[in-house]
Each structure stands twice: as C-alpha cells, then as structure tokens.
Design a protein around this ligand. Structure first.
Ligand code: ATP
Length: 750
C-alpha cells in the first residue's frame, strides 16, 4: 500500500474538506453523473503538479477553486483550493525522504498563484516533479487514466506514445538526469567560454607582464653579477688603496728622514763656513813671518858680505905674511936661543884656557909668529906681527860674523818652519772650507733630489687620493644601483695586477650601461602583479581543466544515460509486448498486438522535437527547449491483428475494440513497470459484461503491484473494490463524499 489518503478542500466541486482513505488495494469511487468523481481523479493530477489547466477542465487556475455552487453566491466562494496526498513511505518509495509518511500538498489561489508543500515545507514544482519521477509517478499521467483518456495511448502520435511508454517504464528519471546533465553541460560550456574569454582578456596583459618580469629577472641577474663584480672590485680597490697608502707612507719615511738629516748636515756645513772667517788673521801672521824671513835673509846677506870682506882682508894679510915669510925664509936657519923658545912654549901653554879650538889655534899661530918675527930682523918681524895681529882680529871678527850668520840662519830656518806650519794650517783650513762648501752644494743638490723624490711620492699620494675619491663615489653609486650587498665586501688577497682591476672596471661599466638600458623599474609591484595575474591565469587554466573534465564526465554520463535509456526502452518494449500480447489475446480470445519502434520522417522529427521542447518547458520552466535533438528520431507504432478479422489498422477498430486494445496496452505497460498507484476513470465504460469480467480479473491482477483507484459505474468493477466511496451532490451543488458498502454503491452509482 502506497497511498494513505487524499484530502480535497475547496477544489472544484469539493467545497468542504473531503478525505478519502485508501485502505485497500482497490478503492472504488462511485456516484451519479456530475457528482464530482472525475474531480477526484483531477485532484490527484492537480496535487501531483499538473500544469495544464485545460487537462483539468478549466481555463484559469481560478476555475479549480470552489466557486460557490449553484447560487453562485460570492460569499460562499472559496479563496483557495487545496489537495493533500499522503503516501505511506515505509517502503521508501521516496528513497530520499526519511519519513514514514510523505505528504504532498498543492494550493492554488484566486490570483492563480500556486504553492507546493512537501511534508509541510514549501518546495518548488521542480522538486515535486523530481521526487515523483524517482518514485515512478510520471508527469505524463500514465497512471491516471482520465475519463475517455484510455484511448489516448492509441490516438497519440508515435512520438507521444513513446513518451508515454518511456514514462510508464520509469525512464523519466533517466531523462531527467539526462536533461539535467545536458543543462549542466551547457552551463559548463558556457562557463568554459567565459573562462576562455577571461583568459583571452588577460593574455596580452600577462604577456606584457611576463616580458617585464623577464626584463626584471634579467636585470636582477645582471645586478647579481654586478654585485659579485663590485664586491671583488671593491675588495681589490680598497686593498689596493690601503696597501698603496702604506707603501707610499713607507716610501716617504726614508726621504723625509734623509731630508731631516740633510737639513742638519747643511746646518753643520754652514757652521763650518762661518768659522772659516778667522782666516784673515792667519794671513796677517804669515805676512809677518814672510817679512821676518825676508829680514833674516837680508841680514844673512849682510853677514855674508862682511864675511867676504873679512875673508878678503884675511887673505890680503896672509899674502903680506907670505911675502914676509918668503923674505924671512932666507933667515930660515937663524939660531934662536932656547930660552926664547921656552918663553914661547910658556906663552902657548896659557892658551889652554881658550876653549875655542880655532881661536886657540890662531893664538898659537900668532905667538909662534911673534917668536919668529922677534928672531928675524926687527922691522920685518913687526910687520908680520902687525899683519898677523890684524889677521887675528879679522879672524875673530870673521868668526863672530860666522856665528852671527849661523844664528841668523837658524832664526831664518825657524821662521821658515813657522811659516810653513802656518802655511800648512792655512792650506788645511782651506781644504776644510772647500769640503764644507762642497758639502753644502752636495747637500742642497741632494735635498733637491730628495725633494723631487718626495714630490713624486706625494704626486702618487695625490693620485691615490683621487683613486680613493673615485672609489668612494663608486661605492655610493654601487649602493644605489645594485643594492647594499654590492658594498659588503671583505678584503682577502690583493692582487697587484691593476690591469685585471681595470678589466673588471670595464665589465662593471658595461653591465651598468646594460642595467640602465634594461630600464626595469618598479620590480616589486610588477613581479607581484605578474604573479597575481599568472596565478589568476593558472587558476583559470585549472578551472578550464576542471570544466573540461566535468564536460567530459557529463558527456560520458549523457552517453551512458542514452545507452541506458535505449537499453531499458528496448528491453521494456520487449516486456510490454509480451504482456500486451497476453492481455490482448485475453481480451479478444486470440489475435496479435505489438508495439514496434519506428523511425519518424524528417518533418515529423522536427515537430516532435518541438513537442518535446514544449513538454520540457512545462517540466523545466522552459530551460530545456534546446535539448530536443538529443532525443532521437524513434517513435512507437501499435499494430494489432484481431482474431478471425483482417483488421490491422487501429483506425478500423470499433469503439469497444479500441477500448479493449488501449486497456490491454495500458495494463501491459503497468504490469511491466508497476506504478505505486493507478487511477482509472471509467476506463471500463465501453465494456460489455463478458469483457467487464475479464477487465475485473485484470485489475485484480494489476492491484497486486499497484494500488488502484477506480472511478466506475460498472457493477463488476465495483465488486472488485475493497473500499467504496460514494460521491453525491449536496446542497449548493457541492460534492459530498461518503464511505459506502457494495450494495449501497450499486444504488449510488445509478
Ligand atoms: P460523470 O459521471 O457524468 O462523469 P462526474 O461525477 O465525473 O460525472 P464531475 O465531472 O467530476 O462529475 O463533476 C462535474 C461537476 O463539478 C459539475 O457539476 C460542475 O459544475 C462541478 N464543478 C466543476 N468545477 C466546479 C467549481 N469550480 N465549483 C463548483 N462546482 C464545480
């Protein structure tokens, strides 16, 4: 049992609330014509979401609301019509709802607005439709066969028939799924287009940004290279400057020291020259000496002359004496008295006191001569004596002179010695002065040389200062151009190779130019923007990939659903045909009936597609209009062959035969895939007694799988119902509902 009860209130002829309890597999609804039986069947269609007011026999929604009955009294009109259908969900015919009971309610208001409630909560029509499709209660109403509609399955187009059969086979749920998938697919494709267009939109910007980033990265690479070079360069340069400074300071120390020494030497040398001014006095002294020597020489000359004179006088005396002696020779052998000789000896002996030999000699000679002279003639003897005396005097004089000469000579020699000494000392002093002068010149010359050396070193120092200034400038510039890292270096080993440093400098300059040319500015922002844009693009790509995956999955699902639909449909047709054949031959006592799949003509295809579109619009609020092409061009044809008759066309069947055929087909369909309930509104109207019996058997058989609500005037049918409701027309033309017994029912039905 799937149905529990139906509450009708304000719907059509049911002015007041009327409730039907479906406590039996077969519920019969009986009543006179126009009492409102069909309104009950329509109440089912209404609550299940029927959108066609026409099929509910109205023009507007308002027509479904109790309109006040015969008197048309405005006050008695209902403002709303509501129908509530309560299902027993203990067997979970609605698997998604975890309740024992499921209540569907639809309310229509006079302003034509509808409300749908599921277990008291407002839901959308779509939700109701999906829920019902899942429970095999379809929108085509294959289980609600309204009055005179049994024939619809025969009169429908092959396409419509297919629809009905598909619905009855429970394929609607797959179709829903398929339509849902197609809708999703479209949405996915739409999204893909949007994403692609977004990607296209950002592509040029991204390209631009990437180029910028490339530039920045290149610049960064150059900057890093520059940093390395700078560090090396600065380390070398700093080291060089330091070592050069030290070297030049060192180099300068020597010359400075030498300059100091030279200065002292110069002072000393000058002092020597100042001292040499005492030279003049020495010169005076020498002049004095020279004069004295000259005087000594003059004196010597005088003495010499006197000596010469004395010697001449002495020689003259000698000659006189010699002449006398010659004269006296002749007196040579004159005898002399011994006494006289002894007298001479005695006088000679007195000369022993004379110390001077020469004088003594002279005295001796003179004495002897005097002796001799006395013994010769008197005159001659006195002359010799006189001459000899003169001779002695002259000799003595001469001796004195000679002594004087010696003395003067000695004096002279002494003076000469003094002179020479003085002269030597002057010469010596002159030498010292010359040395001092030489020294001064030499010192000055050296000073000039050393000054030159100092100047050269200072020049180098000056050059080094400029190098240092350039180095400092470069440091600042490097900091600005390549960042702080560039100026963080450590001096390791300094190479003396300035050429390599120059080379490094050239390379640095070249990179600097290239870096400036690169003009990559605003690095951080561009990088960030690029990263963001890239991330966005990556996100879009991923999104696209996800969408593509979803698209593929949807396509796969659609294909699967198509295959499943095709398979289920075909196997369903086979099963239906088997049942159809059974029911048909049961009804007609033989013959043949068959549903066959046929392909529609092209034109039909189009119109059918339009029909389907409409159908979809009804179910989906018009969203699925384009999905029709997917539905395939196949339809269902019914072919029958009555026993003992040549009739094959449906058109040629009698009304009764048509009714039997359609019932056979409807029952066959319901048998293959039983819906939870079936409502048959006077489907049995055209049956004769014999067929009514067969019909009765068939519905009993059918009620094993589906709950049946039968609106009928047929006694046979009534007899098969477990519960019977009678519908009568009460006051104001409103329908009244009452549970009745079979006998009553027979009465009521009349
Ligand atoms: P039959 O056995 O002849 O088929 P029935 O019992 O099926 O008759 P229905 O067709 O269900 O009768 O009922 C039709 C009756 O419902 C009509 O009398 C009609 O006036 C009444 N009816 C339909 N709509 C309304 C409405 N909005 N307000 C009041 N009565 C209505």
């Amino acid at each position: 049992m799937y149905l529990k009860s139906l509450e009708i209130s304000g719907f059509k002829s049911f002015a007041k609330k009327a409730t039907l309890h479906f406590t039996s597999p077969i519920t019969g609804i009986v009543g006179p014509n126009g009492s409102g039986k069909s309104n009950v069947a329509e109440a089912f269609s209404f609550v299940l979401g029927e959108q066609s007011i026409k099929s509910l026999r109205g023009k507007r929604g308002e027509d479904l609301i109790w309109n006040g009955g015969i008197k048309q009294s405005f006050e008695l009109r209902a403002n709303r019509a509501s129908v509530k259908l309560i299902f027993d969900n203990s067997r979970r015919i609605f698997p998604t709802i975890d309740f024992e009971e499921v209540t569907l309610e639809r309310i229509v208001h006079r302003d034509n607005t509808n409300e749908y409630l599921l277990n008291g909560s407002q839901v959308r029509l779509k939700d109701i439709a999906e829920l019902l499709a899942g429970a095999h209660i379809g929108a085509t109403g294959h289980h609600i066969i309204s009055q005179g509609a049994a024939d619809r399955i025969l009169s429908a187009s092959i396409r419509e028939r297919r629809e009905m059969i598909e619905d009855a086979l429970g394929l609607k749920v797959y179709q829903w799924k398929k339509l849902e998938s197609i809708r999703k697919l479209e949405k996915t494709e739409e999204n893909m287009k949007q994403v692609e267009s977004l990607r296209r939109e950002i592509a040029p910007h991204l390209k631009f940004l990437k180029k910028q980033v490339e530039k920045i990265e290149k610049a960064d690479l150059m900057r890093r290279e520059l940093i390395t070079l700078y560090q090396e360069y600065f380390a070398q340069e700093d080291g060089y400057i330091r070592s050069e400074k030290a070297r030049l300071a060192d180099e300068l120390a020597g010359p400075h020291r030498e300059m100091d020494e030279l200065e002292s030497a110069l002072i000393r040398a000058k002092e020597v020259l100042v001292t040499s001014k005492g030279q003049d006095e020495t010169s005076k002294e020498i002049l004095d000496l020279e004069k004295q020597i000259s005087a000594a020489r003059d004196e010597k000359d005088t003495i010499m002359r006197e000596l010469g004179r004395l010697e001449g006088e002495i020689a003259a005396g000698k000659r006189v004496i010699e002449k006398e002696i010659e004269k006296q020779k002749r007196d040579e052998f004159k005898t002399v008295y011994l006494k006289d000789v002894e007298e001479v000896i005695a006088s000679l002996e007195s000369f022993s006191a004379i110390t001077d030999i020469k004088m003594m000699w002279n005295e001796v000679i003179s004495t002897l001569r005097n002796f001799v002279a006395r013994h010769r003639g008197n005159t001659q003897t006195s002359l010799i004596g006189e001459v000899e005396a003169d001779g002695v005097r002259l000799g003595q004089e001469k001796m004195a002179r000679e002594a004087a000469y010696t003395e003067v000579s000695e004096q002279e020699a002494k003076l000469i010695r003094q002179y020479q000494e003085l002269k030597y000392s002057i010469e010596k002093e002159k030498d010292t002065n010359r040395e001092a002068e030489k020294d001064v010149f030499r010192i000055i010359a050296r000073q000039n040389e050393v000054r030159g050396i100092i100047a050269s070193i200072q020049n180098q120092q000056g050059a080094l200062v400029r190098v240092e200034e350039a180095f400092k400038r470069e440091l600042t510039e490097a900091g600005i151009m390549a960042g702080r890292d560039a100026v963080h270096y450590s001096i390791t080993s300094v190479l003396s190779d300035r050429h390599a440093q120059e080379e490094r400098r050239h390379v640095i300059e070249r990179i600097k130019i290239r870096l400036e040319d690169a003009g990559a500015s605003g690095g951080h922002e561009v990088l960030k923007e690029c990263r963001d844009t890239e991330e966005r693009d990556v996100f879009l790509v991923r999104e696209l990939a996800d969408l593509e995956l979803a698209r593929k999955e949807l396509l796969k699902l659609i294909t699967e659903l198509d295959q499943r639909l095709d398979h289920e449909f075909k196997s369903g047709i086979v099963k239906i045909n088997s049942e159809f054949q059974k029911f048909f031959s049961l009804m007609f006592g033989g013959g043949k009936a068959e549903l066959s799949v046929i392909t529609e003509s092209r034109r039909r295809k189009k119109s059918d597609a339009e029909d389907l579109g409409e159908l979809l619009r009804e179910g989906q609020g018009g969203e699925m209009a384009e999905a029709v092409d997917e539905q395939g061009p196949e339809g269902l044809e019914v072919t029958v062959s009555l026993p003992k008759k040549k009739v094959k066309s449906l058109m040629m069947l009698s009304g009764g035969e048509r009714a039997l055929t359609s019932i056979a087909l409807l029952f066959a369909v319901s048998q293959v895939n039983p819906p939870p309930f079936i409502i048959l509104d006077e489907t049995d109207a055209a049956l004769d007694e014999a067929n009514s019996k067969k019909y009765g058997d068939m519905i009993e058989n059918l009620s094993k799988h589906s709950q049946l609500i039968l609106i009928t005037h047929n006694r046979e049918t009534m007899s098969r119902a477990g519960v019977l409701y009678g519908v009568t027309v009460g006051a104001e033309g409103a329908s009244r509902l009452l549970s009745i017994a079979f006998e009553e029912a027979v009465q009521v039905a009349k």
